[in-house]
Design a binder for this molecule. Structure first.
Ligand code: ADE
Ligand code: ZN
Length: 330
């Protein structure tokens, strides 16, 4: 079964590019850029040091502080796509935050151009298709959200397929970000937002009531409200679920208490995602393997998860139908 799962074509819709950089690559990039890293960033085993959601967000910012130029973005995108391709991921959408680039003195254009180069090189070398979701950061506030959305709309690129938001779910309200999301949606960018991860079902209600979103990042805490589950089905909202991340961040104490299978069985469209792989010691392939084992999923279930993900992706229709065929042929 493990070998069969490894070979299954996989689709990832939810990772944060700045959160995919492994510690050894952070050291390598920091060294060539002459950047001294905060030694509190790492634990004594060489992994990232964090203990809860706020300290995770600090470590995440610390890892991205190694970045200085376009080539760095090219390299982190290429490396992550290479890792994904080794687990037979055929399509991957990742969040990229212009606010993190700006913090490192990197322009929006250089950030995008670097990512595009990484995507092209990885497709040439491994056949994997990568795409970008431009993201604002919730705890930086609604004004920065508007700036990010406007920058994206003013600088289109075929690899930029959507708009999203991560960050601290307890900062501001989702309604505060309505103007930013409307800028993206009015320019025909599909949207996704983190909700129902740290906060309860009320945050998912806010997401669907105030924001023009087709997907929700996490959304697992929707299970606390039956009416909300029915509404998600009615509106065909896809949930980008990351069980390993939820366990690492103690949203759920164990695999047996995680609601992935319950949500899937309800008929809600779901995908399996790594979120921030080295922080949570996971990968897309591991999420498939662990979910198969702990949720007792068959290979047909997993294939259906890849199909749901590809259908809910923000890829253009030609890419989508080509990759759906590829999954169906497995
Ligand atoms: N940014 C990176 N990972 C995140 C997560 N799991 N939740 C919210 N924001 C994030
Ligand atoms: Zn996330």
């Amino acid at each position: 079964m493990r070998e069969h799962i490894l070979k299954l074509p996989k689709v990832e819709l939810h990772s944060h590019l700045e959160g995919t950089i492994k510690p050894h690559l952070v050291h390598q990039i920091a060294q060539r850029n002459g950047i001294e890293l905060d030694q509190n960033l790492f634990n004594d085993k060489g992994g990232y040091a964090w203990s809860d959601f706020p300290s995770f967000l600090v470590a995440y910012d610390g890892a991205s502080s190694c970045l200085k130029n376009k080539k760095d973005y090219r390299d982190i995108m290429y490396q992550y796509l290479k890792d994904c391709a080794s687990e037979n991921v055929i399509y991957m959408e990742t969040f990229i935050s212009p606010d993190h680039a700006a913090e490192c003195g990197i322009s929006y254009d250089d950030m995008i151009l670097g990512c595009v180069e990484g995507i092209d090189d990885a497709e040439d070398d491994f056949g994997i298709i990568g795409r970008i979701i431009v993201t604002c950061v919730r705890h930086l506030g609604p004004k920065k959200g508007i700036d990010v959305a406007q920058k994206m709309v003013d600088n289109p690129h075929p690899y930029i397929v959507g708009f999203g938001m991560g960050g601290d779910e307890l900062a501001f309200t989702l309604k505060d970000f309505e103007p930013a999301f409307n800028i993206a949606a009015n320019a025909n960018y599909p949207c996704t937002v983190h909700a129902g991860e740290i906060s309860g079902p009320e945050s998912v209600w806010d997401a669907i009531n105030y924001l023009p979103i087709a997907r929700i990042g996490h959304g697992v805490r929707s299970i606390e409200d039956d009416k909300l589950l029915s509404e998600l089905i009615k509106r065909n909202i896809h949930l980008e679920i990351s069980p390993g991340s939820n366990l690492a961040l103690s949203i759920y104490p164990s695999w047996s208490s995680h609601p992935f299978k319950f949500i899937m069985t309800k008929g809600i469209s779901v995908s399996l995602n790594s979120d921030d792989p080295p922080f949570f010691e996971t990968s897309v392939g591991q999420e498939y393997q662990n979910s198969a084992k702990n949720f007792k999923l068959s290979i047909e279930d997993l294939k259906n998860i890849s199909l749901m993900a590809m259908k809910a992706s923000f890829a253009d229709s030609e890419t989508k139908s080509k990759l759906i065929d590829k999954i169906l042929k497995f």
